[in-house]
Write a protein that binds this ligand. Structure first.
Ligand code: NAP
Length: 251
């Protein structure tokens, strides 16, 4: 299929999970892709998976100079950008009482502040028309236990997505949409600080049992939606937050 033929795309957090799967789908659909990551081992693995044609750039989302530098590198590489999938993010599930200023700041720095300032830096690079897709979460649409601060970061992302359409659609031809996945089986769940494998399995089973479909989502099921939002097939889709969660939010 060639649904993204000729598109020049940036995927942040393209070294793992949903971002890595989406990068592979984008390439298969004819796009030229640049991805970012932060962890050296993850970057190396992604380079092997994606091959020579996909530059993998290290750009720490917590470092705003690195985000601005990334926009500049994208401009040097592509000239203009047709698609940005702002996907890099971290989760942190912990009881509300156990959050600290550091854990709160880490979530908001990576999930919100970096998205805010990277988007600002990308505005002059984005083509007219272009499509930006933000990765939010269905946790922002519910009231799930232990997701408090994380869910709040994703609610902020949804809010930015809506207001940026007002700021930038008419003036710059940039349309913004979001996806809100429910639990998707990615390495993210091995980064929650749960060391005991038995407890990790119990957490994943508990998550799956709370999803009406009875299972977690697969990264390819999320990538498919991103391909749609990146493609011209969605040209009339503006300001939407697509919930992809096996029915978890509506039941
Ligand atoms: N999995 C789910 O259930 C789920 C549900 C809803 C929403 N989401 C959202 O989907 C997005 C991707 O999550 P995932 O499940 O695919 O997780 P993942 O496998 O852990 O991937 C996270 C990606 O973000 C990158 N990243 C993390 N911290 C970064 C930083 N400081 N600077 C730059 N890049 C950074 C990682 O880079 P390295 O690999 O180089 O460290 C990696 O590429 C996140 O925004 C997450 O909140 C996930």
């Amino acid at each position: 299929m060639n649904r993204l033929a000729g598109k020049r795309a940036l995927i942040t957090g393209g070294t793992s999970g949903i971002g890595l799967e989406t990068a592979q789908r984008f390439v298969a659909e004819g796009a030229q892709v640049v991805v970012t990551g932060v962890t050296p081992a993850s970057i190396e693995k992604a380079r092997q998976t994606l091959g020579d044609k996909v530059p993998v750039i290290q750009a720490d989302a917590r470092d705003l100079d690195a985000q601005r530098g990334l926009a500049e590198r994208v401009r040097e590489h592509f000239g203009e950008l047709d698609v940005a999938f702002l996907n890099a993010g971290v989760s942190d599930w912990r009881p509300f009482e156990e959050h600290t200023e550091d854990s709160y700041d880490r979530l908001f720095d990576i999930n919100v502040k970096s998205v805010f300032f990277l988007t600002q830096a990308l505005v002059p690079v984005l083509a007219n028309p272009s499509s930006v897709i933000l990765n939010a979460s269905n946790s922002a649409h519910g009231g799930y236990g232990h997701s408090n601060a994380y869910a709040a970061t994703k609610a902020a992302v949804g809010s930015l997505m809506r207001s940026w359409n007002t700021d930038l659609l008419t003036s710059h031809g940039i349309r913004f949409n979001a996806i809100s996945p429910g639990p998707v089986d990615t390495p993210l769940y091995r980064k929650l600080g749960i060391e005991d494998p038995a407890q990790q399995t119990a957490v994943l089973e508990a998550i799956s049992s709370g999803i009406p479909l009875g299972r977690m989502g697969k990264p390819e099921e999320i990538a498919e939606a991103v391909v749609y939002l990146a493609s011209d097939a969605s040209a009339f889709t503006v300001g939407q937050d697509l919930i992809l969660d096996g029915g978890q939010t509506i039941f």
